[in-house]
Write a protein that binds this ligand. Structure first.
Ligand code: F6R
Length: 604
């Protein structure tokens, strides 16, 4: 969580910092701040709320010439979103920005307070700057003080620190939170938490590894590893255009991303769906040797993709599959055996809980695979193997196209394994491939569908809750539909297996309980229909999504007559996404930046 930027150079420092923060605002947006050091003088600005408040506050601040600067957009962990808690945090003559959590901050703070240090904020971050300044007094150089300070920190961090003691230098460190350094043609240095602020600005970038730290100045960029050995710089290149990250005429990024699903799924299929089967060039066949079980682990929407895929892995590849919520797996002392392939799924590749489970699995000696949307993310760099989802930058906080591409990869992977394990015949694989080819078409949004959902949405703005219900893979889709609705409408919603309603929740049924019923033709239609009838008989308001007319429904969204349940799955996925978005718009919410959320959850 939180976004960090930094700059060393002679161009417009303020613009570079604020533009960078704008790109990172999806990571957290409850406050933001910048500090600029020029000719041994600091200027700093902080504002609560979205970045536009900081932009307004800095309107008259226009530094020219060489400067160094650091900036931060915050998603609060320790302390409320106030100006005092916003970064950068200041000491006597230094400023720091930080993403992550300093786990032993209280211990450090207590010691510093005893020594007479006064703290302004409630954050864990503030200890960094005071600890650094304490060491500054005794160590030979500011860099030695920075190193000594780092040696005392426990937890996850990406840190930038600027100090008057060395006014042309930024010190940096990364451990568990993302940090990239870009170098421009004019040898300016730009720091950022992800690629986005660097695209179009820096052509050479350095992805830092955990434990690395160092400093940059106009002439130097020096990097050290956790054993204090200097690391040779290995730069990568970035694409030059930012165009793909713009809204392109849609009202919200979420809307644009829903509409994009067809093309990003096609991209994800490219080269992988072949006439004779599924090909994953990136996978070494040895990855599956000796594997008798797949354990999938993820959070949120990615967890729903994992859960859906467990049906496919067992059904097609006949391989035992279990699914875990990452924050649960971390502390349950799981039995991890080496005949298990550990698969993590993550849009960002940075989610702290998921990343930790990947580390646990690696430590236990399991083979690991990550299905991820961000190349070079922490998970990608850690896992033994990676399948990239090719969804492009996802900006809406509510995940849509990332889920669509995760599901595309997972369906392909189940068939890839089915072929390797000979659990489906050649003919059955061919039929599945034929169906897969239909996915990009099944997620296309027609004007008619969108208009229908826009009109329907006005009837779902009140009530005492929503139940999304479905069976088989439509149960995790129901969970996903409910999550989308909760995130952006703030209405209460639950996803439930249709057959479970009578074991309790049906007691809630009345006209103000909205049931969104997923009724595919090709998966347990009659059974799911009986469950919906039970709810209808108790007067719940029913919105049925199905290709088959259903006269017990109050509202009906007709889907296409498709011959594979997974194609119905993808079509219904789009419908629940659009429904959540249209309700959210009617309620006047910020669709792309719903309250209390952040795009990349890099804290526990
Ligand atoms: C929901 C959503 C979150 C994420 C979750 C995991 O719309 O976006 O639930 O799915 O925070 O994030 P990743 O996939 O980046 O690990």
């Amino acid at each position: 969580m939180c976004g960090i930027v930094g700059y060393v150079g002679k161009h417009k420092v303020k613009d570079i910092l604020l533009d960078g923060l704008q790109e990172l605002e999806y990571r957290g947006y409850d406050s933001a701040g910048i500090a600029v050091l020029q000719k041994e003088d600091f200027s700093f600005y902080k504002a609560v709320g979205k970045l536009e408040n900081l932009i307004e506050k800095t309107a008259d601040f226009n530094p020219e010439g060489f400067a160094i600067g650091i900036g931060h957009t915050r998603w609060a962990t320790h302390g409320k979103p106030t100006e005092l808690n916003a970064h950068p945090h200041l000491g006597e003559s230094s400023f720091v920005v930080h993403n992550g959590i300093i786990e032993n901050y209280q211990e450090i703070k207590n010691a510093l307070v005893k020594e007479g240090k006064h703290f302004l904020s409630q954050t864990d971050t503030e200890v960094i700057v005071h600890l650094f300044e304490k060491h500054l007094k005794n160590e030979a150089t500011p860099f030695d003080a920075f190193k000594k300070m780092l040696s005392q920190l426990k937890g996850a961090y990406a840190i930038l620190l600027a100090t008057k003691s060395l006014p042309d230098t930024i010190f940096f460190a990364k451990n568990g939170s993302p940090m990239i350094i870009g170098v421009t043609e004019e040898n300016e240095k730009i720091f950022a938490s992800s690629d986005a602020p660097l695209i179009g600005n820096a052509n050479h970038v350095l992805y830092l590894n955990d434990g690395e730290y160092g400093y940059v100045s106009p002439d130097e960029l020096r990097l050290f590893d956790n054993e204090n050995k200097e690391v040779p710089l290995q730069f990568s290149t970035l694409p030059a255009s930012k165009l793909s990250a713009q809204k392109e005429g849609f009202r919200f990024f979420m809307e644009k991303e829903i509409y994009e699903q067809s093309s990003v799924i096609s991209d994800t299929f490219l080269g992988r769906i072949q006439d004779e089967g599924i090909a994953f060039e990136e996978l070494d066949p040895s990855l599956f040797e000796g594997i008798n079980e797949i354990k999938l682990c993820a959070c949120g929407t990615s967890y729903h993709a994992a859960l859906t895929s467990s049906y496919l892995f067992e059904r097609y590849a006949k391989i035992r599959s279990s699914v875990e919520i990452a924050s649960e797996l971390r502390y349950k002392e799981p039995l991890l055996t080496k005949d298990t392939l550990f698969v993590v799924i993550s849009q960002s590749g940075e989610t702290a809980d998921t990343l930790e489970t990947l580390k646990m699995a690696k430590k236990a000696g399991l083979k690991t695979l990550v299905i991820c949307n961000v190349d070079n993310s922490s998970m990608v760099r850690l896992a033994d193997a990676t399948i990239l989802t090719r969804a492009g930058i996802e900006k809406g906080v509510a995940s849509t196209k990332a889920f669509a591409t995760q599901m595309s990869v997972l369906w392909m992977l189940s068939l890839f394994l089915a072929k390797a394990r000979e659990t489906l015949s050649t003919e059955e694989i061919q039929q599945q491939i034929q169906a897969l080819r239909g996915v990009p078409n099944s997620v296309k949004v027609t004007d008619e569908l969108h208009e229908k959902i826009r009109r329907l949405s006005k009837r779902y703005l009140h009530g005492h809750g929503f139940f999304f219900i479905g069976r088989d893979v439509f149960y995790p889709l129901a969970l996903e539909g409910a999550l989308k609705l909760k995130e952006i409408t703030y209405l209460h919603a639950e996803g439930y297996p249709s057959g479970e309603m009578k074991h309790g929740p049906i007691a809630m049924a009345d006209p103000d309980l909205f049931t969104i019923a997923l009724l595919p033709k090709n998966m347990l239609y009659e059974k799911a229909k009986s469950n919906v009838e039970e709810l209808s008989a108790r007067d719940s308001t029913i919105c049925a999504i199905s290709p088959l007319e259903f006269d017990k429904a109050d509202d009906f969204i007709k889907t296409a007559d498709r011959d594979h349940y997974m194609l119905e799955f993808f079509e219904m996925m789009v419908i629940v996404q659009l429904l959540a978005m249209e309700i959210s718009i009617r309620l006047g919410n910020d669709v792309d930046m719903p309250r209390n959320l952040a795009k990349s959850v890099t804290v526990e």
